[in-house]
Design a protein around this ligand. Structure first.
Ligand SMILES: Nc1nc2c(ncn2[C@@H]2O[C@H](COP(=O)(O)OP(=O)(O)OP(=O)(O)O)[C@@H](O)[C@H]2O)c(=O)[nH]1
Length: 253
């Protein structure tokens, strides 16, 4: 286990869910009393002086799903820190999370991103979290056929356990490893069309389309949350199709 995951494990943000211990704690109180500082102290073991910023008004939970080894943790770390975790593969235990505040069309949006273990033995634990997610990023590995074949089973689980209107996006990860590709991009497109979900290929290693995936999700969720009959319309599939082929895509602003 690397140091970061070991720390996270010891803090309890990544649990050995064989214990079947699930709890949620909600911090409430006036603005400025120290709720965020308390959480940062618990999560990172440090106090950040002078960092007061009112917690943003809208926040969403995004969950990463897919077989073990498809690159979910790397995808999250690339988005959060702009870095690629190479080297030994260490499977996620249970569930872990990271927060990132982004600005979408001038609105600050907090994304809480849950990284789930792809291993079968954690499945019953992660199911318990599906219903709290507003969006799901479902990954397969373009160099691993069974991870693609299992997407239908993942979608069946999603329909069983997640909210009915959850936003789903299909991602073919590891697009940088073109010499080991076994799943064609068209196969991903066809499957996504069958289920009516947006699709793109990504690379957690190079960062290709990582930001775009989260940007599209954040825009869709913000659109739904702040929907107004006279406001501009937003279609996530059209947005993804128009952006993903561009050499240097969009970013949060
Ligand atoms: N070349 C390449 N390797 C990747 C990419 N994403 C992940 N990897 C590698 O794939 C392996 C698995 O990555 P993880 O992110 O740990 O996989 P995971 O889906 O989180 O796995 P679980 O935690 O078991 O569910 C690691 O060795 C990564 O370095 C990618 O986009 N390109």
């Amino acid at each position: 286990m690397d140091q970061q995951r070991l720390d996270s494990y010891q803090r309890g943000t990544s649990r050995d869910f064989n214990e079947h211990v699930l709890h949620k704690t909600i911090l409430v109180g006036d603005s400025g009393v120290g709720k965020t500082s308390l959480l940062v102290q618990f999560d990172q073991g440090k106090f950040i002086p002078g960092s007061f910023s009112a917690t943003v008004g809208i926040g969403f939970t995004v969950m990463l799903l897919g077989d073990s080894g498809v690159g979910k943790t790397c995808f999250l770390i690339q988005f959060k820190d702009g870095a690629f975790l190479s080297g030994n593969f260490i499977a996620t235990v249970g569930i872990d999370f990271r927060n990132k505040v982004v600005t979408v069309d001038g609105v600050r949006v907090k994304l809480q991103i849950w990284d789930t273990a792809g291993q079968e033995r954690f499945r019953s634990v992660t199911h318990a979290y599906y219903r709290d997610a507003q969006a799901l990023l479902l990954l397969y590995d373009i160099t691993n056929k069974s991870s693609f074949d299992n997407i239908r089973a993942w979608l069946t689980e999603i329909h069983e356990y997640a909210q009915r209107d959850v936003v789903i996006m299909l991602l073919g990860n590891k697009a940088d490893v073109s010499n080991e590709r076994v799943i064609r991009s068209e196969d991903g497109e066809t499957l996504a069309r069958e289920y009516g979900v947006p699709f793109m290929e990504t690379s957690a290693k190079t960062g290709m389309n990582v930001e775009l995936a989260f940007l599209a999700i954040a825009k869709e969720l913000k659109y739904r949350a702040l929907w107004h009959p006279d406001g501009p319309r937003f279609q996530i599939r059209d947005f993804v199709e128009s952006q993903k082929k561009q050499p240097s895509c969009c970013s949060f602003s």
